[in-house]
Write a protein that binds this ligand. Structure first.
Ligand SMILES: [Zn+2]
Length: 306
């Protein structure tokens, strides 16, 4: 099992490392991490290549794309003229990702508008989203070498939420590629149940969902391990899209829903009785590396020597 850190080579983090007089490789060694899952969100590398330590690459994602794909209706997140241009954009993103020689790529399967993140009244079903996502994926499949795994990630929005084994089965049956699996994001799964209040309840929920997937749970090859206890927040706001919403408000809302905090309770170890992942990405939100030191320590103490 490889323990990985989520990393994006933006100027902010690169400067942080410089100020600490340390490079990323050394930082990983200090924390006994085996590499990074690097986030590459456009068609070129950011400041630096991390090919030597990138075990995985998280590809770009578009939160809302389904209506564009089906009816050519553009929105704020899709700013291309037509399907062809979008597919080309995905292709250049994959090309940039492959320069990092990853063992796997991560692909989100979800569709959700800004409005839906507030109302929770979803326009599309999981099945509609996964069927269209498979169409998009199959358009670019020939760009991905067969030995590179594709790990599809669950979100709490319509798509691959992992709440129904038949949807997973159907989705994977539509994909024209071998070497495919799922990277289970524990926080995203917790976000699908607003009644959860504690880490113990959250872990019980994650384990129950995994066991209800029966043989479909075998396709879980990795974990994005983090904790998100947003149930209280989910029940606290009025479920209408606020007027004149600014980008910063939306970000605050999304981070309140999808928290990416470390587990601080050893109960998390129970998850490893239900899945034996090859990759565990400690996918935490961090402002700086001093902050990250503490977050990682908390999660490592909780996870123990799995
Ligand atoms: Zn994730």
């Amino acid at each position: 099992m490889k323990n990985l850190l989520n990393y994006c080579a933006i100027q902010w983090y690169e400067r942080e490392l410089e100020n600490k007089n340390i490079d990323l490789e050394q930082y990983l060694l200090q924390h006994k991490l085996d590499g990074v899952e690097q986030y590459i969100y456009n068609g070129q590398l950011l400041l630096k290549s991390y090919a030597d330590i990138s075990v995985g690459v998280h590809l770009a994602y578009w939160p809302q794309w389904l209506e564009f794909w089906k009816y050519n209706k553009s929105n704020k997140t899709i700013v291309v003229k037509n399907r062809h241009e979008w597919i080309e954009k995905i292709r250049t993103n994959i090309k940039a990702a492959l320069t990092q020689k990853p063992e796997y790529l991560v692909w989100h399967i979800a569709d959700c508008s800004e409005e839906e993140t507030y109302t929770f009244k979803f326009k599309h079903t999981d099945m509609e989203v996964v069927a269209a996502a498979a169409e998009v994926f199959n358009e670019v499949v020939s760009d991905i070498p067969s030995n590179v795994w594709i790990l599809f990630e669950n979100l709490c929005w319509p798509g691959l939420r992992l709440l129904d084994k038949d949807i997973i089965k159907r989705f994977l049956s539509l994909i024209n590629k071998k070497n495919i699996g799922i990277i289970l994001d524990t926080g995203h799964l917790m976000n699908t149940n607003p009644l959860i209040r504690t880490q113990t309840e959250a872990v019980d929920y994650v384990c129950r969902i995994i066991s209800e997937l029966h043989e479909e749970s075998q396709v879980i090859k990795g974990l994005h391990l983090s904790c998100s206890l947003s149930g209280e927040y989910q029940q606290s706001f009025n479920h209408c899209l606020p007027d004149n919403i600014e980008k910063a408000d939306l970000m605050k809302h999304i981070i309140s829903l999808d928290q990416h905090r470390p587990f601080t309770n050893k109960v998390v170890q129970k998850i490893f009785n239900y899945v034996q992942p090859e990759y565990v990405v400690h996918e935490l939100i961090y402002d700086n590396f001093t902050d990250l030191d503490n977050l990682l320590k908390q999660q490592f103490v909780s996870v123990g020597n799995i």
